[in-house]
Write a protein that binds this ligand. Structure first.
Ligand code: 5GP
Length: 238
């Protein structure tokens, strides 16, 4: 059995520790919600457990469908054991419909559909406030190479197909989402980070209600029952 050792780093909503196995890390999901790149921060009871359970369920399903991931297991209610990966400093955003920053940036109508879906990249840097970055800029800065970027794009499209169908099956539209990738010690690329309503935009197909972090971002009410509803639907349809 893997045991937790020293804390490596504490992020906005997760704490990462080493384990007795040098290839594995222990990730705890915290009861914390942030917005505006961490400038607004609130404690939300139960959020860590919900995000962990949703992430673990989706990682396991994507893994079973052939997506390489860092996920190993969920040893308790709010922790995940993952393979240690060198993270690409990129936020990969995929948009199926206009919402959020795309809508405000280009003044297009809310929920305009995009076929094919739009891929965007943001350079992860707190000092620079995570700026938008295009493919040429990624290569020029040596953030990664063209082959890896092509694999990121292919895996993101595949994750989109799988998750769009999965959420459609429980009455939810997958509007957009953010993924992060990393490379394992053997050089292989894996889907990493988290798969939860913190980084997906989800809308109820019947009511149009937000079932994600927009509830917190837009001060629309309690986040906990909304995330619990997403988990309930996912578990009921396994
Ligand atoms: P937007 O660019 O419209 O704000 O976000 C697009 C999608 O990416 C949304 O589903 C949003 O949750 C996700 N996303 C974008 N930036 C971040 C981020 O810094 N953290 C998290 N958790 N999700 C993000």
């Amino acid at each position: 059995m893997t045991t937790k050792k020293a804390v490596l780093l504490t992020g906005k909503a997760k704490r990462v520790s080493t384990t007795d196995d040098p290839e594995l890390l222990w990730v705890e999901y915290l009861d914390q919600a942030t917005a505006l790149n961490g400038k607004r921060k609130e404690a939300i009871a139960g959020k860590g457990k919900l995000n962990l359970q949703i992430s673990a369920l989706l990682f396991a399903e994507l893994k079973a469908a052939g997506i390489p991931t860092h996920f190993v297991s969920a040893p308790d209610d709010d922790s995940m054991i993952v393979k240690r990966a060198q993270m690409l400093p990129l936020e990969v955003v995929l948009r199926n419909y206009a919402s959020g920053h795309f809508e405000t940036k280009f003044h297009v109508e809310h929920m305009r559909p995009f076929t094919p879906a739009i891929h965007e990249y943001y350079f992860k840097s707190d000092a620079l406030d995570d700026p938008f970055i295009n493919n040429d800029q990624i290569l020029a800065l040596g953030i990664t190479d063209a082959d890896t970027l092509a694999t990121v794009r292919h895996l993101t499209d595949r994750v989109n197909e799988l998750l769009t169908a999965r959420f459609a099956g429980i009455g939810i539209t997958l509007v957009d989402f953010k993924l992060e990738f990393g490379t394992l010690a053997d050089g292989s690329l894996v889907l990493a980070d988290e798969l939860s309503p913190d980084n997906f935009r989800l809308v109820d197909k019947d009511t149009g209600a937000s079932l994600d972090k927009d509830v917190f971002r837009k001060h629309e009410g309690d986040l906990q029952p909304v995330y619990a509803e997403v988990l309930r639907r996912l578990q009921a349809s396994k």
